[in-house]
Every structure is written in structure tokens, then in C-alpha cells.
Write a protein that binds this ligand. Sequence first.
Ligand SMILES: Nc1ncnc2c1ncn2[C@@H]1O[C@H](COP(=O)(O)OP(=O)(O)O)[C@@H](O)[C@H]1O
Ligand code: SF4
Ligand SMILES: [Mg+2]
Length: 368
Amino acid sequence: MRDAGLLDLAASSLTPPGATPLLAIQDLTVAFDGVPALRGVDLAIHAGEAHGLVGESGCGKSVTLLAALGLLPPTATVRGSVRLDGQELLGAPQAVLDGVRGGRVAMIFQDPASALNPVHRVGAQVVEALRLHRGLDGTAARAEARRLFDLVGIPDPTRRLDAYPHELSGGQNQRVMIAMALAGEPDLLIADEPTTALDATIQAQILDLLRKVQRETGMALVLISHDLGVIADVCARVAVMYAGRIVEQATAEALFANPLHPYTRGLMSALPDMDGPRRRLAAIEGAVPEPWAMPAGCAFAPRCGLAVDACRADPPPALLPAAGAYRPDPHHVACLRADPDHHVEPRWHTASRSAAMTRSRVQPSARA
Ligand SMILES: Nc1ncnc2c1ncn2[C@@H]1O[C@H](COP(=O)(O)OP(=O)(O)O)[C@@H](O)[C@H]1O
Ligand code: SF4
Ligand SMILES: [Mg+2]
């Protein structure tokens, strides 16, 4: 566990002065049957912002948000602090957590079909969410469900309300899930790999939709993805996760213009070239270490071309403001050798990100 001084530094440096985060995760650790999966995660999500959480599969992205909402199985030991508008959620009574989930905080997942009930019409499921979270019933609930279907771009919404999940495409079911998430008028939507199961065309449409509803409703969004390209066009701030820790955090602009952590650079080099042909991309060599085989020191050292002996010494490098970073929104990095003057030619220049996203995908055709 870190000492109090370091915790204060992490908390204050991730929070722009004067702003209380909507969701403040501090020194969150999770162990499954005693094996650590999260090793001290600090994350601050502010009202109305779109925040990305990126890292390869198994880095702890889902566990971070599931732990925050009290959704992990009893085999998980969770420590640290998770506050929603100042209210502590870790260890909070079930009634408090039930009120938060689906209400102030909504979640959507990779596989909408498994989250929807196959034997109920999709409209009835949205109506049920409206009854539960907003006390709406009868005609008012159905009218609101229709409005939400319209908002999330489901064509012919009146007819689609009466469809069963199996009668809709994967993209349409994900739109239904988003409508259901919006039913509680959440302050925060957590979207965990919401497009991973969809093909490229539909993926681009769902990301457009998330961006649109986030802006129109003013809710905060945490977008979780293993794909930096997905995060690129939606999020204003990004945290990069590796082996149960945040290793870099910055505004999207700073991160894409000047990635400092060798892992982030690796993720970025796996993005498609803006102007080149579509091609199979080089992944970072090696794999994320398993939680029970975590190296001492920096967990990325076995895959890192810059590793030196000091990197392998305990404890792992702390997440600190990068040298030369400016406040109030500094660039943080957890690497002994991060060099802000080593400028990497950005493949995904922020000004061109939209264009690159469009080019790297199949052109959108009809709505999903
Ligand atoms: N219910 C669980 N029981 C045991 N280990 C788990 C459980 N859920 C996740 N883990 C482990 O925690 C680590 C982080 O998982 P996860 O957060 O799902 O990764 P990500 O979402 O980044 O792909 C992984 O090593 C995974 O195997
Ligand atoms: S601390 Fe060392 S091993 Fe870890 S990312 Fe930085 S240079 Fe690589
Ligand atoms: Mg996950």
C-alpha cells in the first residue's frame, strides 16, 4: 500500500483544481482468492466528460469499473475508495448500490444479446427500466421508450418496440441497450467494449451514437476498449492501463501527440496508418503477465525495449506528472525512462483523427 503523501499527490494531481470529480476512484486494489488483479488504481471522472480506459485484454479495465459498482463476485477482495459525488460506494449498503446502478450510473457491455432478456419484447424491457428508475408507467412510459428508440437511431421505433431481441441485429440490440441505459437519465454511462462484437461499419455507427448522446445529454462517459482507435475519436481524456495499474493518463490531445509510456507507444504503433492501406497490424510482442506471475518492478519490463535494471526493482514506478507537463491538466506517466522531449511522430494527429477513423473503417452504409 502506498504512503499517504503519495496518495494525496495522486488524488490531487488527477483532479483539476476546484473540480470535485463525479466518480473518484482512489488506490483501488482487487484480489481474486488472494491473487492481486488491480494494484492501486486512481481514476477521476468529471461530470460531462468522455474518458477512455484502454489496454490489452486482461489489464484490469472491466474489473476496475465492476469493483467500483460492487459487481464483483464474493471471491474478490476490494480495497481503496470509490466515491460518487462524495458518497463512498465501497462497502455501501445494497440499497445504495441498487439505487446507483442503472440510475445515476448505467453500464453497457460487449454482448447486448446476453444482457437483454430473450423472452421479453425490447420495448417492454425499456419500459421496465423507466418504471424502475423514473416511476413512469402506461402510455407515458411507452411514449418515452419510443422517444429513446428514436434518440438512439432505431428506425421505425413504434414497430421495433414490439420486437424480441432475436429479431434485431447486433447493432440494433446495442442501440436498445443504450436506450435502456439512458432510461435512468444517468450522470455516468460506462460502456465496456461496446463495439467489440460488431463489424467495422456498425462499430463506427455505435461510436458516433455514443458521442452524440454523450454530448446531447451532458452525461459523463467512460469508454473501455482494448483499441486505442475506438477511444481516439470519442474521448477527451484517456487512461492507459497495464497489468492492473494506470501507466499513463492525459488529455487525448496530449496522449496522441506525445505518448510517453513505451506501452502506449506500442499500442499506438499497432494503429493503422492514416494514409496507408489497411493491413494486419503488429501487436506488441509478448503478453500481459498473469496476475499470479507479476514481475517485480515495472510489469512492462519483459516486453519493453527501454528496460534497464532499475526498472525491475521493487516497487513499480509511480504514476507521476511528466517532467515539463503543465497544470491544471498534467500528463501523468508511470515509467522511469519516460522522456517528454522524445517526440514521437503522431500517427493519429488529433486534428485528423476523425478522418483517420473513417478511412480505417469500411464506409458506413445503412443504419445497423
Ligand atoms: N471473476 C474473476 N475471477 C478471477 N479472476 C478474474 C475475474 N475477473 C477478472 N479476473 C482477472 O483479473 C484480471 C483483469 O481482468 P479484466 O478486468 O476482465 O481485464 P480487461 O477488462 O482489461 O480485459 C485478469 O487477469 C482476469 O483473469
Ligand atoms: S519503467 Fe522501464 S521497463 Fe517500465 S516502461 Fe519504463 S522503461 Fe520500460
Ligand atoms: Mg474487459
